[in-house]
Design a protein around this ligand. Structure first.
Ligand SMILES: [Zn+2]
Ligand SMILES: [Zn+2]
Length: 129
């Protein structure tokens, strides 16, 4: 490791100015997290196309879940899987039970939950059903 003083001596004046402003910028970001976030928001509204691409990328990341859900629907249609009339957690009968996966690797291991239980399971992240 070169010691820092020596490194600074070998820097040209321009390099030094660049380094200082870089350091100042990262210090500023660390001290102004909120403001930095609002600049990011501003940037997004001024760069809608880029921001849209950003969220498209996130959408692509979600596709394994979409694939799992579509295999659940296929299994329902073919009769391999059947949807109960009542929530498996609280017993409420609801026409629109949600298919909840504890493990997305097991595509057809589904818990049928009412909307409230489903939300609760996800907020708690504890799966005591
Ligand atoms: Zn429920
Ligand atoms: Zn779920």
């Amino acid at each position: 490791m070169e010691d820092k003083g020596k490194q600074e001596l070998t820097e040209t004046k321009e390099e030094r100015i660049k380094r200082m402003s870089r350091e100042r910028a990262s210090r500023w970001r660390a001290n102004n997290k909120e403001r930095h976030a609002s600049y990011t928001r501003q940037w997004r509204s001024g760069n809608r196309d880029k921001a849209r691409k950003h969220s498209r990328d996130n959408y692509v990341k979600n596709t394994p879940q979409h694939r799992v859900h579509s295999s659940v629907f296929k299994a329902l249609a073919s009769g391999r899987l059947s949807k109960p009339n009542a929530c498996e957690r609280c017993g409420l009968s609801a026409p629109d039970l949600h298919a909840h996966h504890e493990d997305y690797q097991k595509r057809l291991a589904v818990k049928w939950l009412c909307r409230d239980c489903h939300a609760e399971v996800h907020t708690r992240k504890a799966v005591a059903i």
